[in-house]
Ligand binder design. Sequence first.
Ligand code: PLP
Length: 424
Amino acid sequence: MKIETKCLHEGYKPGNGEPRQLPIYQSTTYTYDSTEHIGQLFDLTASGYFYTRLANPTVGAVEEKIAALEGGVGALCTSSGQAASFFAILNIMKSGDHFISAATIYGGTVNLFAVTLKKMGIECTFVDADASEEEIQKAFRPNTKAVFGETVANPALTVLDIEKFAAIAHKNGVPLIIDNTFATPVLCRPIEHGADIVIHSTTKYMDGQAVQVGGVIVDSGKFDWTNGKFPEFTEPDASYHGLVYTQAFGPAAFIVKARVQLMRDLGSSPAPQSAFLLNLGLETLAVRMEKHCRNAERIAFFLNQCEEVESVNYPWLEGSKHKELQQKYLPLGCSGVLSFVVKGGREKAVKFMDSLKLASNVVHVADIRTCVLHPASATHRQLSDEQLAAAGISPGMVRLSVGLENVDDIIEDLAQALAAAKEN
Ligand SMILES: *Cc1c(COP(=O)(O)O)cnc(C)c1O
């Protein structure tokens, strides 16, 4: 099946006389005829549902769909994208371990990696994603256990050279984890380029309608956990009577371990209702992504010609720094998110934002409705103009998430707001 078909048909296949739409199994628990059967479920020797923190049929159908979309052997839905990043790291590492991440990633992930994981004894070194293999190699240590990056970085909108990162990770015997939130499997499937683990904030395009917060981890099933660096996968787990994950679950060792250890102990599970809403979004993901891209391309082209605009950042634009990487990894387009700098700095950008009539001013991105954010007065508010410059954010920068409205209506709104800002 092609991706559009998978979006609609993977994960849930109703039998004769069963509901056409995925049912919401709003139940915390499941009944069994014998105590022995329940004992086998706890030992992981029988498969089946027993408690919704660990697995639920509605959530399970969505996991199966996302695994199919990314080309993985299994997936685990979490209550947020943050929980997905956290679990992906913690499933591989413990106190005393180290990993490497591209520096251009989502701000919430930077906090998780640089502050909270550090408190837990897991250290992260941030590297320039555009650095050479030799430069990045210097960041490796004997205790390095993974490499992390974002396909299209939020909010920098840089494109990651996934194959370069996969080659460096594999040369060092560690997995590559890719946050594929902005690209979605419609525009890029990182596993096809060598990624071992893919994560998402499903809150963004996968949902698309701004109705649920969620995350997901997908396991490619391709990484060799038996290479000696990952004893938690190859040595007996005392909490399951000495079970060895690589022996019991083969290529699905990573994703089963994440579920039965981390979801069991930390419990960041999504509600069945949220999984149902996420599935509604996934059904239309392929058609939505195509339209987001086409609209954003028209708008990037328009903004690039506006005299009120200093610069436009969108990898698809001719002459953009990552045009080649975009053509290689995102040939169908690079999502609906772009950023641009309004001439005249902070004051003009604020006036522009406040003059918009159609686009809404929200702390969200990747919605079906066009929305904008002014980083200097929202997400990066605490920073001085000098600090903003160091973070690569100009005071006049606006992040624009292009929605599915008629593109001429969006352009008209942007044009009138730019004119109003100029007059002021
Ligand atoms: C939003 C986002 C996250 C965090 O996800 P939540 O669902 O908000 O917890 C992680 N990575 C990227 C790229 C994001 O845009």
